[in-house]
Design a protein around this ligand. Structure first.
Ligand code: UD1
Ligand code: UDP
Length: 369
């Protein structure tokens, strides 16, 4: 059994890490291809270091670019490697351009594709990730669905149920594996002069929120309203996409927004864990906030992860400042919160590899969740 593991961006590295570790533990023959869609140290190598991952065996060095250019370059550079390595299965995680290109390159060579985090749908085709998810799901042999919602969606799209395995999300493995070490090692709160439970944590990088100047300004107005209604710092580890758009649109930020470069995973876990509220348009952070028991406002009109909202851990507010202020009020008036975690039990990578190695029947796995 030989597995090709494909990564390209920050969340893929974090969510694929447990699978890589489990491959090492089981002494499975595997190789890693990194597209290098993300390449800045704080978006890329810091995660290989912190999560103690092996250096990728192949780095395609594609960098940034327009969608087709980036996807096409990955596709072209991936093919000779897959032809040479001849893996039995290629694993991709999520919905980035790297995922689609990796899955397509493998599928064209009749190599089985395993899609981790299959079946997510925002039903918003203007979102580039939606096309990537749908196409990847429909060329995959193993569809590793997070929960029953995704399983239902995939079946309704006509995907054979024998291909669908409901296992949870590897985000839970990664988070649970790093919670303790993050608490031990991270000094981020004292470095930023923050008091636990007294700051808002913000992240934003969706094209729909940051690529259009008027939308980005709407988002900043939402932060302004939050600041006016609730005291406390707003910490914002800024994604490079958003940083470059602020510069392009010549937008100056007010001083109450504490802008910092993207931080490593161990620091980010602590920032999330001790925030009084998280405001985000990130997929992974919607999940992590929910797993950490911290309420969040989802800065989107729709979400492919309705589970956090259904669990009562998040509210969809888009860029609507009134909605955000009202939703925040509900949470900030409570002393404690609790909800059932819908994002996995921390053993998801084991289930995935059990299925690929043919150790468990899918029906048994479904019972585990
Ligand atoms: C990509 C994914 C998105 C995912 C996000 C995770 C697609 C279509 N988008 O979005 O689904 O949520 O990664 O963070 O695949 N840049 C740097 N350094 C880097 C990477 C990017 O400076 O290491 C800047 C460049 O200006 C680049 C811009 O960020 O043009 C956008 O990068 P890109 O990878 O195209 O999209 P993301 O917004 O990162
Ligand atoms: N993250 C991080 N440092 C940061 C911001 C995010 O380590 O400064 C981690 C976060 O814990 C989560 C992942 O990056 O695991 C989310 O990535 P991102 O928001 O870029 O992508 P998405 O999940 O939206 O695809």
């Amino acid at each position: 059994m030989k597995i090709g593991i494909i990564v390209g961006t920050r969340p893929e590295i974090i969510k694929m890490a447990p699978v890589i570790r489990e491959c090492d533990k089981r002494k499975i023959d595997y190789f890693i291809i990194h597209s290098n869609q993300h390449y800045s140290k704080e978006m890329d190598s810091i995660f290989f270091e912190e999560l103690q991952l092996p250096t990728p065996h192949y780095n395609l060095g594609v960098g940034s670019g327009l969608h087709s250019n980036q996807t096409g370059n990955i596709l072209i550079k991936m093919e000779p490697i897959l032809l040479e390595e001849k893996p039995n299965v290629v694993l991709v995680q999520g919905d980035t351009n790297t995922v689609l290109a990796g899955a397509l390159a493998a599928s064209k060579l009749n190599i089985k594709v395993g899609h981790i985090e299959a079946g997510l749908r925002s039903y918003d085709k203007t979102m580039p990730e939606e096309t990537n998810r749908i196409m990847t799901d429909h060329i995959s042999e193993y569809l590793f669905a997070v929960g029953p919602n995704q399983e239902r969606i995939l079946k309704a799209e006509g995907i054979d149920s024998s291909k669908i395995h409901t296992v949870g999300n590897t985000v839970s493995d990664s988070l649970f594996q790093h919670l303790e070490i993050s608490a031990q090692k991270s000094q981020i709160l004292s470095e930023l002069n923050l008091t636990a439970g007294e700051y808002f944590l913000v992240t934003a990088h969706r094209a729909s929120n940051v690529d259009i100047a008027s939308n980005l300004l709407e988002l900043l107005n939402l932060f302004e309203q939050m600041h006016q209604n609730y005291t406390g710092t707003i910490v914002w580890p800024i994604h490079p996409r958003t940083q470059s758009k602020l510069k392009e649109f010549n937008i100056e930020l007010p001083r109450y927004l504490q802008l910092i470069p993207p931080v490593g995973y161990l620091d980010f876990i602590q920032l999330q864990k001790h925030a009084k509220l998280i405001l985000t348009d990130s997929g992974g952070i919607q999940e992590e906030a929910c797993l950490l028991g911290v309420p969040s406002l989802t800065l989107r009109e729709n979400t492919e992860r309705p589970e956090a909202v259904e669990a009562g851990a998040s509210e969809l507010v888009g860029r609507n400042a009134d909605k955000a202020v009202a939703a925040a009020k509900q949470w900030l008036s409570k002393d404690s919160y609790s909800w059932v975690n819908p994002f996995g039990d921390g053993h998801v990578a084991e289930y995935i590899l059990d299925i690929i190695e043919g150790k468990n029947k899918p029906a048994e796995i479904t019972q585990i969740i």
